[in-house]
Design a protein around this ligand. Structure first.
Ligand code: PAF
Length: 281
């Protein structure tokens, strides 16, 4: 496995590999890899001849009061996990390599970024869209892999890839969960044992929704209220949002006709956890 830090080196190997008709899969990450990332890596290894994993904690997607400085990092551990998976290349650029002096461009996606996390984290999706555009331009992959835990991120990426005619197929990969159902996230490391118990309220709330739907409830406001009550009943929880939206447009749904996405963002202690599920009636 080769570890590259320079954009030019990535471009060179991409040219070489594409020259001999090898397909390339890219897995963009911010490191501190867990089973969720490794699932993306497995999918890329299965679909492509060459897999590149990028590791870059992107400051542009963190707000001023967010956890950029303290975001967990363990490069050596990441490298050994990726070696074990037999990944071909790791791209780990420095801040200057990605954002040289006088960097002045942003990729802004409108509409779909204005709800859910986009409404709560101003500038976040501009940061994501900008860095992912750069990574796609640098590695020019045939396919790129993103987890569905960050559902809105996936939809934003699909949108600008389509709008800007970027020649990469975007692959969404199902949420990976711990045995007890907690969605795996780098931020789970912030949870104490007691908070970890409360964090399960997110996945458990899916049963509350399913039961209401089974009883015939179709008013999304009622469903949302019940989810809010349920999650608020757990210690250490502080709800950022509970939303019912159209799974494609991410627009608010008030009355449930066929399917909807339940999207949750909840602080448990200092960890901001997200989770989601598509329900069909
Ligand atoms: O999902 C993440 O880890 C990040 O948002 C991504 C896609 C690597 C961009 O920095």
């Amino acid at each position: 496995m080769k570890i590259l830090h320079k954009i030019e080196d990535v471009r060179n190997f991409v040219k070489e590999e594409k020259g001999i008709n090898k397909s390339i899969g890219l897995v963009p990450t911010m490191g501190f890899l867990h089973q969720g990332h490794l699932e993306l890596v497995s999918k890329s290894l299965a679909d492509n001849d060459i897999t590149v994993v990028s590791i870059f904690v992107n400051p542009a997607q963190f707000g001023p009061n967010e956890d950029f400085e303290s975001y967990p990092r363990d490069f050596d551990q990441d490298v050994s996990l990726l070696k074990e998976k037999k990944v071909d290349y790791v791209f780990a650029p420095s801040l200057d390599e990605m954002y040289p002096e006088n960097f002045a461009t942003k990729v802004v996606v409108s509409g779909i970024t204005e709800t859910l996390c986009g409404a709560k984290r101003p500038g976040h999706f501009e940061g994501v869209a900008t860095v992912v555009t750069k990574l796609l331009n640098i590695a020019d992959p045939d396919r790129a892999y993103f987890g569905m835990k960050d559902y809105q991120q996936l939809k934003v990426i699909e949108r600008f890839v389509r709008d800007l005619n970027i020649n990469t197929e975007i692959k969404g990969v199902s949420i990976v969960r711990e045995k007890d159902g907690l969605a795996i996230s780098s931020r789970n490391i912030y949870l104490s044992d007691e908070e970890r118990e409360s964090a399960l309220s997110l996945v458990k709330s899916f049963n509350v929704v399913q039961n209401l739907l089974d009883e015939g409830e179709r008013d999304a406001d009622v469903i949302r209220e019940r989810v809010i009550d349920f999650i608020s009943g757990f210690k250490y929880t502080n709800i950022d949002y509970v939303s019912t939206v159209d799974p494609e447009t991410l627009e608010y749904i008030g009355f449930i006709e066929d399917k909807f996405l339940l999207a949750l963002a909840v602080y448990v202690g200092k960890a901001r956890l997200i989770d989601n599920k598509i329900f069909e009636v």
